[in-house]
Design a protein around this ligand. Structure first.
Ligand code: COA
Length: 692
């Protein structure tokens, strides 16, 4: 039963009951409609509407968005509630989002707990509110507030909702408060739909459009939501709602909404696989080795999750530096209002920084974030093996190095796994959990349990150079360097990728992380690189000339005075010179051709990653590219994007490019199989392929 009704005297209690978060699907809509009729028939004085469990309602059931809309439609149900002769009181706790908030707006009276989360986050799913949100909200809280909430999708707390007039009252017991509400007053409350809409000057709308264009670059829904808010100023409720509904239905079938829904559900599906039933190691006390930027970020993430942390360094100097790095993060968090002074003190109290490994004797897990060198890691793991209890798991945060080589010398290599964090580790949500040849289920289960404690998105990866994300990145950079050499500039290439929707172009990103890191990797790969594969030497020359990126003020761009990037024409000369040395005739690549080549390269590599079982699913690769590498969320991740192109199309483009370089553009067997069988990459299964 998605909605339950109970009568007590002249009060009706209507409860949304669709676990876990009362998403409003067909049964709920029907239940609400039945409840309106029931309450009127019973001649009740008021209806108190609340949600069972942890939420009021998390919005329209997004799982139904792929199916045609079915009656009764939510806007009609809500109009019926608003027009009912029996006044409805929304008693709100927990999440009250999307359709849940629209339902609340259709009620005559609204009371929420101070910590309720009320908002219209539809744009984050690529749609606009579809049941009156854009028309009722500006009527209730004014246009400025509505513009602050709907195009951003940001919720407000119950306490804030009271301040802006979104709810009449806050109370820890909203149902109890609703029971006590003065009946006469309730009878006089004007339905929100009958209020005049708030207004704003055209410049205010223009500013909102600019801001949405900047913050949600490339996305349609925020702009359409602003149009609808503007319409609310002049249209009747009925006209405004009809237009809103039309836009909602149009957008929900569109590619952006499909992509955003895909990422939303992929994020929620990211958890330990069903076969992983082993008991994880205890995580109350975790050791981190190395207090550099990465180690300090990891340690802080652990402290934030309430754990006790021992941060291990090599010597007294290292201890001082590590402490300073952590202090910097703690202080910044206080400054940004994320934690208060007591929270800062509590975190510091749970941290020990030491050069003595015996300080970590009680830890259930160690995470090594030391220098990227196999020798350094071998020493660290030998010491961890001696210092930590036998049941403790040992993880490395390496980005590229072979976990099996790190594990091999240990008495029990099954304790070892990779936990690949992304910088800044206390902010970035992605965690690659790397399964070595010997990694035990308990080690992997510990990785997933840690991700849960840290509220990160876990993705299981196999061992290879770069795992999932960095391996795709390496291939994308190789393709970028080739395009650069053959016919573009770093800035035109970056701009093309940013226009596609990437947060930042590959060259600007390299400047940020430092060109020496990729250089060291290339030297490591020298021994195994296929000599027949084309090698572009431009990035090596950059490093030889000391152009290491932002940290030295000059890389692919120049950063005068440590400020923003400026184009450096010298780079264009350098590239042309290299092309001349290589006796190349350069061409001119335009933006679509640049993105086409880079993305095809990345997709083909990702398909190989699936083929080799390095990633478990296309959706996992989507999560990695969106959460670790700035791929536009509204394109759904690299593989979802590939599926919008179609495997047959990708295959034909790869084959055409093979005329230029047969090795580099060799199609992945997965692309070939999908094209031959008419499958999407999301549908491709390794086991099925193995059976064929
Ligand atoms: N439609 C369908 N299912 C939904 C949903 C929605 N609007 N909102 C949440 N769910 C599902 C999740 O997929 C998850 O399902 P699972 O357990 O099968 O994986 C379950 O409800 C719990 O959600 P989860 O996000 O894991 O719980 P949480 O407590 O961390 O967060 C919310 C709860 C409500 C804050 C969060 O789910 C959310 O933001 N939902 C979307 C709200 C929204 O955008 N509404 C507008 C819809 S147009």
């Amino acid at each position: 039963m998605a909605v339950t009704c109970r009568k007590d005297g002249i009060y009706g209690y209507v409860t949304l009951d669709n676990p876990p978060v009362n998403a409003i699907g067909h049964a709920t809509r029907q239940g609400l409609l039945d409840a309106v009729i029931w309450a009127e028939r019973e001649g009740l004085e008021r209806v108190i509407l609340s949600g069972a469990g942890r939420a009021f309602a998390a919005g329209a059931d997004a799982r139904e968005f792929d199916a045609p809309p079915a009656e009764p439609h939510l806007p009609d149900v809500l109009n019926r509630i608003e027009a009912s002769t029996v006044p409805w009181i929304a008693a709100v706790h927990g999440a009250c989002l999307g359709g849940g908030a629209e339902l609340m707006l259709a009620c005559r009276y609204r009371v929420a707990t101070p910590d309720a989360q009320i908002g219209l986050p539809e744009v984050t799913l690529g749609v606009v509110p579809g049941a009156g949100g854009t028309q009722r909200l500006p009527r209730l809280v004014g246009m400025q507030q509505a513009l602050a909430m709907i195009p951003t999708g940001k919720p407000v707390s119950g306490a804030e909702a009271k301040r802006i007039g979104l709810v009449q009252e806050v109370d820890a017991d909203p149902v109890g408060f609703a029971e006590m509400t003065n009946g006469e007053w309730l009878g006089m409350a004007v339905p929100v739909g009958e209020l005049n809409s708030g207004e704003a000057a055209p410049e205010v709308f223009a500013a909102a459009r600019d801001e949405a264009g900047r913050r949600m670059r490339g996305q349609i829904a925020p702009q359409r939501a602003i149009d609808l808010l503007e319409l609310a100023q002049t249209a009747s409720l009925a006209q405004g709602m009809a237009e809103e509904r039309a836009v909602f239905l149009e957008l929900r079938q569109g590619s952006q909404a499909r992509a955003l829904r895909h990422v939303f559900f992929a994020e929620r599906a990211a958890r330990a696989p069903d076969w992983l039933t082993a008991e994880p190691a205890a995580l109350d006390h975790v050791a981190v080795v190395g207090g550099g930027t990465m180690g300090a970020g990891i340690a802080y993430a652990l402290l934030n999750a309430g754990m006790t942390v021992t941060l291990l360094e090599t010597d007294a100097e290292g201890v001082t530096r590590a402490r300073a790095n952590i202090d910097k993060i703690v202080d910044a968090s206080v400054k940004r209002g994320l934690i208060d002074a007591a929270g800062a003190a509590d975190r510091r109290a749970r941290l020990t920084v030491s050069a003595d490994y015996s300080a970590a004797a009680g830890a259930g897990l160690a995470i090594e974030a030391a220098f990227e060198s196999l020798e350094v890691k071998a020493q660290v793991f030998a010491k961890l093996q001696d210092a930590l209890p036998a049941g403790a798991m040992l993880a490395t945060n390496t980005s590229y190095l072979d976990i099996d080589t790190i594990a091999a010398p240990l008495a029990d290599p099954s304790r070892v796994l990779g936990l690949h964090f992304f910088a800044p580790a206390h902010i970035m949500k992605l965690l690659e959990i790397v399964r070595g040849k010997a990694s035990s289920d308990r080690a992997l289960a510990t990785g997933f349990a840690l991700a849960k404690r840290l509220r990160k998105i876990p993705v299981l990866a196999g061992v290879c150079d770069g795992f999932i994300g960095n391996r795709i990145l390496m291939r994308l950079r190789e393709a970028a360097d080739t395009v650069l050499m053959d016919g573009t500039t770093p800035w035109d290439l970056d701009e093309a990728m940013v226009d596609f929707g990437y947060a930042m172009g590959p060259y600007e990103t390299q400047d940020l992380s430092g060109l020496d890191i990729a250089y060291a990797n290339r030297r490591r790969q020298d021994a195994t690189r296929d000599p027949a594969r084309r090698y572009i030497p431009i990035a090596d020359r950059m490093v030889q000339e000391g152009r290491l990126g932002r940290k030295v003020g000059v890389g692919w761009y120049r950063y005068p005075g440590g400020g923003g990037k400026v184009v450096d024409p010298l780079i264009d000369d350098l590239v042309r010179e290299e092309a001349h040395f290589a006796k190349l005739t350069r061409t001119e690549y335009d933006a679509p051709e640049i993105t086409r080549r880079l993305l095809l390269a990345a997709i083909n590599e990702a398909a190989d990653i699936l083929n080799e079982g390095i990633a478990q699913s296309a959706a996992d690769i989507d999560l990695v590219t969106v959460h670790g590498y700035g791929f536009p969320r509204w394109r759904g991740g690299l593989m979802h994007y590939a599926d919008t192109l179609g495997a047959a199309e990708i295959l034909s483009q790869l084959r055409a490019l093979q005329a230029e370089d047969a090795l580099v553009w060799k199609p992945s067997p997965v692309i070939e199989a999908c094209a031959a069988q008419g499958l999407t990459l999301a549908q491709w299964r390794r086991e099925a392929a193995a059976d064929n």
